[in-house]
Unconditional design. Structure first.
Length: 142
C-alpha cells in the first residue's frame, strides 16, 4: 500500500462525510416539505433545495465513495469484514436510490407520504453507518 492508497482513503472519507450529510439532511427537508398546508412558493423552495442537495452533493459523493471504496478493496483484498461492509453500503445505496424516488414525487406533486414517515426513515442512514463503522474499525474475523 503506497502513498496513492492513503490519498484515495482521504478522498473516500471526505466524500463519505458529504454523502452521509446529504442522506441525513434530505429526509429532514422532506419532513418539512410534506407538512400539511404548505404554501406553493415554500414548496418550490424546498424542491430547489432537495434537487441541489441530491444532484450536486449526494449523487457525485456516492459515485466517488464507490470508486474509491472499490479501489481500496482491490488494494486490501476482500476480507470477510469488508464484504459485510459492502453489503451495508449496498443497503445505503438502495436508500439513496429510494430518496431519489421521493424527490421525484415531490417535484411532480405526487408525494403521498406523511411527515411521520420521513421522520422515521431519517434514522435509517445513521443505523446503517453504525454497522459500517463496526466493520471498518473492529474488523471482526469472518
Amino acid at each position: 500500500m503506497g502513498n496513492i492508497y492513503q490519498w484515495v482513503k482521504i478522498v473516500h472519507i471526505m466524500f463519505v462525510v458529504a454523502w452521509m450529510a446529504g442522506l441525513l439532511y434530505l429526509p429532514r427537508i422532506f419532513v418539512y416539505h410534506s407538512m400539511d398546508n404548505i404554501k406553493e412558493d415554500t414548496s418550490k423552495i424546498f424542491e430547489i433545495m432537495e434537487y441541489r442537495l441530491f444532484y450536486y452533493i449526494m449523487y457525485p459523493s456516492a459515485i466517488i465513495v464507490w470508486i474509491t471504496g472499490i479501489y481500496m478493496a482491490h488494494v486490501l483484498g476482500l476480507y470477510g469484514w469488508l464484504i459485510a461492509k459492502f453489503c451495508f453500503v449496498f443497503i445505503l445505496t438502495g436508500y439513496h436510490v429510494n430518496l431519489a424516488k421521493y424527490l421525484k414525487d415531490f417535484a411532480n406533486g405526487r408525494n403521498k407520504k406523511k411527515t411521520r414517515f420521513f421522520r422515521i426513515i431519517n434514522e435509517v442512514p445513521f443505523l446503517i453507518m453504525f454497522f459500517i463503522l463496526i466493520f471498518v474499525i473492529i474488523k471482526p474475523d469472518m
